[in-house]
Structure formats: C-alpha cells, structure tokens
Design a protein around this ligand. Structure first.
Ligand SMILES: [Zn+2]
Length: 99
C-alpha cells in the first residue's frame, strides 16, 4: 500500500476541494465506487462495486478489521491517481490514498 498526503482547500460554495496527491491539481474525477463490508473482525470481506448489480469483486479491504469505502480517482492533470479510501480501524475513521 502506498500512502499519500491528503490535501484540500476550503471553497465557501462547496466545502473542501480535494487536491491530487501526485500533482496538486484540483480536478479529480470519480470512477468506480467500492463498498468493502465485513462482520467485525471476520476474515471475509465482501467488496461490491455497483449497487444496482452487486457483484462481489476481489479487492483487498483497506481496513484490516472493519468496513471501508473506496473511490477510484482520475486526475485531469496526471491521469490515474489511485483509490481514496474511508476506513474504520479500532473505532477510528481514517482517510487515505492507496494505489
Ligand atoms: Zn494529478
């Protein structure tokens, strides 16, 4: 897993704008959204990429013990960026980039 720094700027009209962790551009496009579900501390993770067609996909859950959500992102400035993940671990919520 590669971790990047999360950077953002405040925009009064829309709250915070996320910047590309590679080049700093603020035009990031959402791709596939992945839901990683698991019962607490269970080894099995269900990763679903499309709610209307909930097919289980083989992606590693970014959370070692709980649930997570990932959004695959592309940058207008430099192309594929990776997956922005929101994950829970030991009762805390983390925000991270992974490749
Ligand atoms: Zn970029």
């Amino acid at each position: 897993m590669i971790q990047f720094v999360i950077a953002s700027d405040f925009c009064p009209d829309w709250s915070y704008i996320l910047r590309c962790p590679k080049c700093g551009d603020d035009y990031l496009h959402h791709g596939t959204v992945v839901i990683y579900g698991r019962a607490e501390d269970q080894p099995t993770t269900v990763a679903v990429s499309d709610i209307s067609d909930p097919t289980i996909i083989g992606r590693e859950n970014p959370s070692p013990r709980r649930d997570a959500v990932g959004i695959v992102m592309d940058c207008e400035g430099c192309g594929p960026v990776g997956e922005l993940c929101i994950l829970q671990h030991k009762g805390q919520t983390f925000l991270e980039w992974r490749s």
